[in-house]
Design a binder for this molecule. Structure first.
Ligand SMILES: NC(=O)c1ccc[n+]([C@@H]2O[C@H](COP(=O)([O-])OP(=O)(O)OC[C@H]3O[C@@H](n4cnc5c(N)ncnc54)[C@H](OP(=O)(O)O)[C@@H]3O)[C@@H](O)[C@H]2O)c1
Length: 355
């Protein structure tokens, strides 16, 4: 891995940055950070907020902050920003004063139907206002595709039409203006495949700080991750647990949490409390990838951030590498289907444009 990569961990035998080793034992309860290309530090474990419904997400965020999460992965299209904003506000300004704004790292995402050059800044303002904050630590283009605008309040979903007037670089230029106006500290992308990302890095004036992608032991995406890390683009893993039970129900696929090798590694650790979920998350951290697990259950939230008292050996890492099925769990809707027709990413032989 290039020495320009600025993660705070050490380099492993595979050449990737291990994001956890260096800080362990140094500061109790501190979460290691990844130094982004922008110069800002991102905690390497985040709390994911997708599929946390209004009505439950307020308590989740308050619990997550009490447990020690400081990095929160949000998006306009998740439909829960206002409730998350109320929790941030109460955590910062409430009687308990649990955190300061400066201690939080908050990510937002620009939705597909808000790519228009006259919309980007308004969409960012809209999300900031929902969340009750005046800047994003990180703002991402959610998908590399522009759909026709459907109103910021009513983001397009499903049967959307291509926006033929907005190219990805036009949208990126507007993202760059958000850094200049201090609405965003760092900017990046999500679900970008390697060649689109390379095209962007060749043109970007403000560095691409992050590519948030689906990755877990069943979908390891080595080339894309190596490319990102070699360019000091932080990789954040969405769906790091393979979507857990939610995906089993949704896609009828088996979860890596139930994989016999993952279970065997967890059971074989000296510390008998290590769980399969912790093995999956630690695998990504030791591969240089920041993790964004989501759970609405307090005990699992604790489990998913308690990752720093254990280590996966080279042998265990190698065993986990053999689990790669090189196939996406396809939890994201494929925007192609709505205007070109099937087969889409949800069918077995369908195209996944994010590969
Ligand atoms: N950029 C994108 O396009 C994109 C796409 C998808 C997700 N994301 C981000 O990534 C975050 C995580 O993705 P995700 O929610 O799809 O998948 P995930 O974190 O891989 O899995 C979440 C599922 O696993 C369960 N779970 C969590 N911790 C567990 C544990 N310790 N043991 C057993 N099961 C556990 C959860 O159930 P309970 O809640 O019932 O515990 C939930 O069903 C999202 O919340 C979002 O912030 C981004």
């Amino acid at each position: 891995m290039s020495t320009s990569a600025a993660a705070t961990g050490t380099t492993t035998s595979t050449g990737k940055q291990d994001l956890v080793t260096i800080r362990e034992g140094s500061e109790e309860n501190s979460i290691p950070t990844f130094k982004l290309a922008s110069g800002y530090e991102m905690p390497v474990v985040a709390y994911g907020t997708f599929r946390s419904n209004p009505g439950e997400v307020y308590d989740c965020i308050m619990n997550a902050i009490k447990i020690g999460y400081r990095h929160f992965d949000c998006a306009h299209v998740y439909g829960n920003e206002k409730e998350i904003g109320k929790a941030f506000n109460d955590a910062i300004f409430g009687a308990q004063k649990l955190v300061t704004r400066d201690e939080l790292f908050i990510t937002g995402k620009l939705w597909n139907s808000d790519h228009g050059t006259d919309i980007v800044s308004k969409a960012c303002d809209y999300s900031l206002n929902n969340l009750g904050i005046d800047y994003f630590d990180l703002y991402l283009i959610h998908f590399p595709i522009a759909w026709k605008h459907t109103g910021i309040d009513t983001p397009g979903w499903g049967q959307s039409e291509l926006d033929n007037d907005t190219s990805l670089i036009d949208t990126w230029r507007e993202m760059e203006k958000l850094v200049a106006s201090k609405k965003c500290r760092s900017i990046g992308v999500s679900n970008y495949p390697l060649l689109l990302l390379h095209d962007l890095t060749c043109q970007a004036n403000v560095p691409v700080s992050c590519n948030q992608i689906e990755t877990h032991v069943y979908y390891q995406r080595e080339s894309l991750i190596n490319y990102c890390l070699s360019r000091n683009i932080c990789v954040t893993a969405h769906t790091p647990l393979g979507g857990g039970n939610a995906n089993e129900v949704w896609t009828n696929s088996s979860s890596p949490i139930d994989d016999p090798i993952v279970k065997e590694i967890a059971a074989g650790k000296e510390n008998k409390n290590v769980t399969p979920a912790q093995v999956l998350l630690r695998f990504l951290l030791q591969s240089g990838v920041v993790v964004l697990p989501k759970s609405i259950k307090t005990s699992r939230m604790e489990e998913n951030i308690t990752l720093f008292g254990m280590n996966l050996s080279d042998d265990e890492m190698n065993k986990l590498r053999t689990l790669d099925k090189c196939v996406s769990y396809k939890t994201n809707p494929n925007p192609l289907e709505s205007f070109i027709g099937g087969p889409d990413c949800f069918t077995d032989n369908g195209t996944d444009i994010f590969d």
